[in-house]
Design a protein around this ligand. Structure first.
Ligand code: GDP
Ligand code: K
Ligand code: MG
Length: 297
């Protein structure tokens, strides 16, 4: 047993859709956090625990920081900022193909007061010409001082190993917080709910993706040695229930098929997925419903 084991907590912060969850999954080599092209896909803090014989890096994926317009939004932004008090290093992620916005400026204002090193991660470099990268770096480094600046493509996995090496350098000697085989802080039921939610994000548009919550009611092995999983999909309006069910139940069938594939991959088990759809009006603005769905501090 070596006594110079290193460990630490690394928060991934940034605006919605810059690729925070894609990066977490890329480093972990599997899907822990769901991803989509929709903002506010990630609603909770999610740990990805990366363990090697020499180190343990605990990444904390966070909801995108935005101007909240409901109680759920408030919860998400607070969850993101709260990681600043829990981490040893911050990864501030921005997208290479988008100009610095007021959203980024707001985050920078907060990060200037951070008591830990902040690394600027410029993601999605696969989308821009290398020449454009210099302008981007200059623009951001004029705003505040960063411990490092690292361009990556989370999607393609380019330069993510460099970022890992830099993080290892920044970490100091510390304990192994989690056992070797633990990869996240959330129970399987949570990830099951999230995988169902991800398919709804993929298949629906406008308000629908934001209006749903998914709860895993039960998971048990049935007599055919399959995992029998029952989930409830909550929507805010009766009309949304119609959209989720689809014509003749076609949409809910598709959601179930796609989600089942992901869940089977995660569990390494055959799955029977039972889905229910219920209406809970304006749940995103009701504290009591938010806590029922796991959106509590
Ligand atoms: P988050 O909201 O910051 O967690 O972002 P997601 O991880 O959900 O990703 C948002 C969108 O950006 C998804 O459609 C991803 O496929 C895409 N994306 C993430 N990283 C990259 C990247 O490095 N290159 C490209 N081209 N797209 C990316
Ligand atoms: K997203
Ligand atoms: Mg995310």
């Amino acid at each position: 047993m070596t006594n110079n084991f290193k460990s630490g907590f690394v928060a991934i912060l940034g605006r919605p859709n810059v690729g925070k969850s894609t990066f977490l999954n890329q480093v972990m080599g599997q899907k822990i956090a769901i991803m989509s092209d929709k903002p506010q896909t990630t609603r909770n803090k999610i740990m990805g625990i990366y363990t090697t014989p020499e180190e343990q890096i605990v990444f904390i994926d966070t909801p995108g920081i935005h101007k909240p317009h409901n109680a759920l939004g408030d919860f998400m932004v607070q969850a993101a900022y709260s990681t600043l008090r829990e981490c040893d290093v911050v990864l501030f992620m921005v997208a290479a193909d988008e100009p610095r916005s007021t959203g980024e400026d707001m985050i920078i204002d907060r990060l200037k007061r951070a008591e830990v090193p902040v690394i600027l991660v410029i993601n999605k470099i696969d989308k821009v010409h290398p020449d454009r990268l210099f302008e981007k770096v200059a623009d951001y480094t004029e705003q505040m001082e960063f411990a490092e600046v690292v361009p990556i493509s989370a999607l393609q996995g380019s330069n993510t190993d460099t970022l890992l090496n830099i993080l290892t350098d920044k970490l100091v000697q510390g304990p192994k917080y989690f056992p070797d085989d633990q990869i996240t802080d959330h129970p399987e039921r949570f990830i099951v709910s999230e995988m169902v939610r991800e398919k709804i994000l993929l298949l629906t548009r406008e308000e629908v993706p934001h209006s749903i919550a998914v709860v895993t009611e039960s998971m048990k092995r049935d007599e055919f040695d399959k995992m029998h999983i029952a989930v409830t999909i909550y929507v805010e309006r009766k009309s949304q229930k119609g959209i989720i069910l689809g014509k003749g139940g076609s949409m809910i069938k598709k959601i179930g098929q796609l989600a089942r594939r992901d869940i089977e991959l995660m569990l390494g088990d055959k799955v029977y997925l039972e889905t229910w759809v219920k209406v809970k009006e304006d749940w995103r603005d009701k504290k009591i419903d938010l806590s029922d769905f796991g959106y509590v501090k």
